[in-house]
Design a protein around this ligand. Structure first.
Ligand SMILES: Cc1cc2nc3c(=O)[nH]c(=O)nc-3n(C[C@H](O)[C@H](O)[C@H](O)COP(=O)(O)O)c2cc1C
Length: 376
C-alpha cells in the first residue's frame, strides 16, 4: 500500500523575489560549516538545502576590512543561494564590510549576527551583546542597509538573533520591530537567551510569537533534529522555515530527508554502514579544500562525536559508546580508517542509525529529556 507522507503547511518561503525550497537553512556554525561541510550536506541531500550561510566573519579587527584575511568568505557557485554572515559592534565597519562583500563577492544575501554568546564576542558588545544595546543594533542595520542600497540595492539584508540576553530581558519582539523598520528581509530567531548558551531547550513559544507578529519571513532555530520536528515547528509555531545547526552534524542527510518528505516521498532511511561511509567522503572534501591531514582528521572526529550518537543496537546500550570510542581514540587518519573498516565489517551490520531519537543536542543524558519535551 502506498504510504501517505504528511507535508507541513508551508514547504517554501520567499526571500525577496526568490522562492526557497525546501524551507530549511543550514545554521552557520563557526569551525564546522565551512565549504567542505556544506558540500557534504549538499551532496547527501541531492543539493536540496534551502539556504546556506557562511560561518560568521569578524569585522571589528581590521582597520580597513579586507576580503583576503577571512577564510570564511570562500564559497562556490553551486552553493547558491548563499549568504555571508558578519559580526561586529561598529556600524561603520560593519557597513564597509557588507559593501565590500556585496560588491566583490556577490553572495545572495548579507546577514548580521546578533546571536553569538561567546564571551570574546558578546562580552565586547557584538553578537548577542547587541541585544543589550538595541539602539546600536539599529544603527548597525541602518548603516549596513544604506551601504548596500548605495552599492548593491538588490542584495537582501537578513538578521539572526537570540530571544534576548537573559530570561529577565527578553526583547525579541523589539528586535523584530527594529529589523523590519531597517529593511531586514528575513529574521532567524534562535529560541535561547545569551545566558543559556546552548543549554536547555529552545523556547519555541517565543519563536511562534515573533512569527505571528512579523511581516517578514521568520525562521525558527533550535533543536530541530528530524523531519518530524521540522514539520511540527513549521505547522505549530507558524515559522516560514527552520534553521538547523547541530542536527546537521548528527544527521547530514536531514535536509534531503526533509526535502523528500516535502516532495511527498518517503524520507530516505540511512543504514549504519551508509552512515559510516560519510567519513571517507568528508575527509576527501576536506583535503580537496586544502586542509592538512591533521586538520581533516580533527573534523572527522568532530563529526564522529555527534553522528555516532545516532547508532542503536537494540538491547545493548553501550554499542554507541563502543563505535564512538573506537573512532575518537584513533591517533592518525590511517588508524581512523582502519577502525572504520573493522566497524563496517563487524558491529555496524547489527546497528541501526536513528539520529532522530536525540532530543537534547547539547549532550546531556538522553534520559533527562524526552521526545516532545522541547514543545511542552
Ligand atoms: C560550534 C558552533 C558554532 C556556531 N557558530 C555560529 C556562527 O558562526 N553564526 C551564528 O549565527 N550562529 C552560530 N552558532 C549557532 C547555530 O547557528 C545555532 O543557532 C545553534 O546551534 C542552535 O541551533 P541548533 O539547535 O539547530 O544547533 C554556532 C553553534 C555552534 C554549536
Amino acid at each position: 500500500m502506498l504510504k501517505v507522507v504528511k507535508k507541513p503547511k508551508r514547504v517554501s518561503f520567499r526571500l525577496r523575489d526568490r522562492e526557497i525550497f525546501p524551507n530549511t537553512i543550514l545554521s552557520p556554525m563557526d569551525g564546522v560549516t565551512d565549504a567542505p561541510f556544506r558540500r557534504l550536506c549538499r551532496v547527501l541531500s541531492g543539493n536540496r538545502m534551502g539556504l546556506l550561510v557562511s560561518e560568521f566573519v569578524p569585522t571589528d579587527g581590521d582597520a580597513v576590512f579586507r576580503l583576503d584575511g577571512h577564510k570564511q568568505l570562500k564559497f562556490f557557485p553551486e552553493e547558491r543561494p548563499f549568504g555571508v554572515q558578519i559580526f561586529g559592534r561598529f556600524p561603520d565597519k560593519m557597513a564597509e564590510a557588507a559593501r565590500k562583500i556585496a560588491v566583490e563577492l556577490h553572495p545572495d544575501f548579507v546577514e548580521v549576527n546578533a546571536g553569538c554568546p561567546a564571551p570574546k564576542v558578546a562580552g565586547k558588545g557584538s553578537g548577542s551583546g547587541l541585544l543589550r544595546d538595541l539602539p546600536r543594533l539599529q544603527e548597525i542595520l541602518h548603516e549596513v542597509r544604506s551601504a548596500l542600497d548605495s552599492s548593491c540595492p538588490e542584495m537582501p539584508l537578513t538578521l539572526k538573533c537570540r530571544i534576548g540576553w537573559d530570561s529577565e530581558s527578553i526583547n525579541v519582539m523589539e528586535t523584530l520591530k527594529i529589523a523590519e523598520g531597517e529593511g531586514v528581509e528575513m529574521l532567524t530567531v534562535h529560541g535561547r537567551t545569551r545566558l543559556q548558551g546552548y543549554n536547555g531547550l529552545a523556547d519555541w513559544n517565543w519563536i511562534g510569537k515573533v512569527a505571528a507578529a512579523a511581516k517578514i519571513p521568520v525562521i525558527g532555530n533550535g533543536d530541530v533534529n528530524s523531519v518530524a520536528t521540522a514539520r511540527k515547528c513549521i505547522d505549530d509555531y507558524g515559522v516560514a522555515g527552520v534553521s538547523i545547526g547541530r542536527g546537521a552534524m548528527h544527521n547530514p542527510w536531514l535536509f534531503g530527508q526533509i526535502a523528500d518528505a516535502w516532495e511527498g516521498l518517503e524520507p530516505k532511511e540511512i543504514s549504519a554502514t551508509e552512515a559510516l561511509d560519510v567519513f571517507p567522503l568528508y575527509y576527501k572534501f576536506k583535503l580537496e579544500d586544502g586542509s592538512t591531514e591533521l586538520g581533516a582528521m580533527g573534523r572527522l572526529k568532530q563529526l564522529a562525536a555527534r553522528l555516532c550518537k545516532g547508532f542503536v543496537l537494540d538491547g545493548a546500550d553501550d554499542a554507541t559508546m563502543q563505535v564512538r570510542q573506537s573512532l575518537l581514540t584513533a591517533q592518525t587518519a590511517e588508524e581512523f580508517f582502519e577502525r572504520l573498516e573493522e566497524l563496517r565489517n563487524g558491529l555496524a551490520k547489527e546497528l541501526r542509525y536513528d539520529p532522530s531519537r536525540l532530543v537534547n543536542l547539547n549532550g546531556a543524558k538522553e534520559t533527562e529529556i524526552r521526545e516532545g519535551d522541547q514543545f511542552s
